[in-house]
Design a protein around this ligand. Structure first.
Ligand code: PBG
Length: 428
């Protein structure tokens, strides 16, 4: 007969925590306490094969009828007397609230919480942005700890290899272009032997099954640091820029890009790029449109990474006003009508309402871009021990999924995928 051990509250809590066979969303179950006698009236998670074997009694060879006869005759030890776990001294003695609905019931154990979790995230949902340059060595990016301008022939391949190891198969390329190749019209953007097409060919050769996304915009190639061609009076020319973007997208498709992603925010570029791709026979190349891209200060670290700050002014005549919500619906309607395959919202966490807006107003897949500033803030907070970097990283990604994002572009892709694979912070 099991003794009724009066547990201290701490002990009860510990046993409840171990009384599970499910796994916590991103973590493992707590370890079973190995010291002291295990109270037999409490089902405890067994943690080793030895313990599992010890917990199961060997069959005695008796028939079902004999076992049933025991039950009918009541030949089993009586259950232990029921004892309510004690609350600390001084806890007010009250009548429980008359309350039929108690949402906490569904949260009371790891197994229940896991069973009713509404949103999940997997490495397949993550896209890793990669900065590439012509150099052979990888160069750290000051404002983005853990990120590098990768040598396209060496460091890049290593990074892709490691990402694939934890289930990340999608990558988006951002080139750091030598100043000498920048020009007012960004012609280097459609050089078939430029850094991006060269890199796509190499990646596709080494890893044929990965998904290569590209960025379509002139800023890395523009001597003005703008996404489009700048007229003498500072106006960013729309249709002339779209003409260049079409050439850029076709050049990327020719090199083997799977998804071209216009991030420039010119009007009409999705339709024009679709026609240009189709005219060249690239009907199978997808377009991920930056549908709602805001003129955000969260892009600061990225512009340092690529040395792509606008040489004058800002991007407010083409990127959206962060104060606007309805306007995202106009962009959504246009991109859908023009043939976009995926709609992207950028930045991510400060724009969850926009992600949800697009999710509710389009049947297309939605992408969210957790941008450089979001990444760097979490890294900085972690480095200063102000927040738990890994937990905040996972929470921020889960929240983007909850808001409605199918895929997330994030500099955390490899680190987060490692966590999801149970490899902890191995990829930090
Ligand atoms: C430019 C581009 C930017 C980013 C992606 N593509 C910067 C900008 O619009 O100035 C920002 C990404 C980030 O901050 O992580 N076409």
């Amino acid at each position: 007969m099991a003794s009724t051990v009066p547990f201290s509250p701490a002990k009860v809590q510990m046993l409840q925590a171990t009384n599970c066979h499910g796994h916590a969303p991103f973590g493992s179950c707590f370890a079973v306490p190995r010291t002291g006698p295990r109270p037999r009236s409490v089902a405890v998670r067994v943690s080793s094969e030895q313990e599992a074997a010890a917990a199961v009694r060997a069959p005695s060879g008796r028939s079902i009828e004999e076992c049933e006869a025991d039950a009918v005759a009541g030949r089993f030890p009586a259950p232990a007397a029921f004892v309510r776990p004690k609350a600390p001294d001084g806890t007010p003695e009250i009548r429980p609230l008359d309350m039929p609905k108690r949402p906490r019931r569904n949260r009371r154990s790891p197994a229940l919480r896991a069973a009713f979790q509404e949103t999940t995230i997997s490495p397949a949902n993550l896209v890793l942005p990669l900065f590439i340059h012509e150099g052979e060595e990888d160069a750290p990016i000051g404002a983005m700890p853990g990120c590098f301008r990768l040598g396209w022939q060496h460091g890049l391949l290593d990074e892709v290899y490691k990402a694939r190891d934890v289930g990340v198969n999608s990558f988006v390329l951002f080139p750091k272009v030598p100043d000498a190749l920048k020009s007012p019209t960004g012609v280097e953007a459609y050089n078939d032997n430029g850094l991006v097409p060269r890199t796509i060919r190499l990646l596709k050769d080494k890893f044929p099954d990965i998904i290569v996304y590209t960025d379509v915009a002139l800023d890395p190639y523009s001597s003005d640091g703008h996404d489009g061609i700048v007229r003498e009076d500072g106006v960013i020319l729309n249709d002339e820029t779209v003409y260049q973007l079409c050439k850029q997208a076709v050049s990327q498709a020719r090199a083997g890009a799977d998804v071209v992603s216009p991030s420039d925010m010119m009007d009409g570029r999705v339709g024009a790029i679709r026609s240009a791709l189709d005219a060249e026979g690239f009907n199978d190349v997808s377009i991920m449109s930056y549908t709602a891209k805001y003129a955000s200060s969260f892009y600061g670290p990225f512009r340092e990474a690529l040395d792509s700050n606008p040489r004058f002014g800002d991007k407010k005549t083409y990127q959206m006003n962060p104060a606007n919500y309805r306007e995202a619906l106009l962009e959504t309607a246009a991109d859908e009508a023009e043939g976009a395959d995926i709609l992207l919202v950028k930045p991510g966490l400060p724009y969850l309402d926009i992600i949800r807006l697009l999710r509710d107003n389009s049947a297309l897949p939605i992408a969210a871009y957790q941008v450089s500033g979001e990444y760097s803030m979490i890294k900085a907070g972690g480095a200063l021990n102000m927040i738990d970097e890994e937990k905040v990283m996972m929470e921020s990604l889960m929240c983007l999924r909850r808001a409605g994002a199918d895929v997330i572009l994030t500099y955390f892709a490899r680190q987060a995928a490692a966590v999801l694979c149970g490899m902890g912070s191995a990829a930090k």
